[in-house]
Ligand binder design. Sequence first.
Ligand SMILES: [Zn+2]
Length: 176
Amino acid sequence: MKRILPLLLALGLAMPALAHDHKHSHQHTHVHGQAELKVAVDGGRLDLRLESPLEAVLGFEHAPRNDQERAAVAALRKTLAAGEQLFAPTTAAGCKLAETRVNSDVLDGKPGAGQDGHGDVVAEYRFTCAQPDKLTGLEARLFGSFPKLRRLDAQVVSGKGQSARRLTPKMRLLSW
Ligand SMILES: [Zn+2]
């Protein structure tokens, strides 16, 4: 037992990292028109993770097959890259977009992706805010860019605890 214990401890420590990786590549069934937003607030750092069906932001869920679809994908990448146009943190907090990452297994041509006829896109943003005390929420402006998006289920983790809120085109303000 004495020799197994360190191994178990090592496995225990390694498992959260594995579970995290698995979650990122996991294909869950999505609902068209509905996306998820995870918000993590840590002092002056604001991390956002948007996961959306391609249907809601692109209109189709397969790798582009013609020039028109290729142009649509290029436009989507451009729109998603401009995170400060999609999410507006409290103005007084002086947040600036510091990092952006956009991934889509289907659009990136990952083997096996989209076999069920569905595909997602994940966009991650990191803002750094000069006045963290003033940071109390954000406006989800992305509804203006994506008319097919009807609902955004937001989960927030901040120093004040956890909260969940459903945003819609008419209810775009998320506060914490
Ligand atoms: Zn779909």
